[in-house]
Design a protein around this ligand. Sequence first.
Ligand code: SF4
Length: 106
Amino acid sequence: MNTVEIDIFMVRLRTFADKGLPTNEAETLADKLALRDRESDDRRVCLECQHFAGQGAGSWRCGNWQTAGVAIRSRDAQLPGDLVVQLQRCDGFTAQPTIHTTRDRR
Ligand code: SF4
């Protein structure tokens, strides 16, 4: 990794840990996102989204559930652990300003 990629990797690790992702899973996800950035893949994960809320599996939920299409009512907007780390294209996604991709910084 170059210096910019390492900086982004470290920001992602801290952010994912703050959201309650276990350290080993945060590292795996940050590695996956570094590869994604290099490949110009436009998919994102929920953990990069401003609408992601909660701290730890079981409390994770989507604050933009209607646009995202993940629920039909607010109380059903919980996000399962395997979904929040899955690369996807979501109509409700809004990038967190603290997690920049390599593309965004060019
Ligand atoms: S808007 Fe989409 S990407 Fe953002 S938290 Fe909800 S489901 Fe995930």
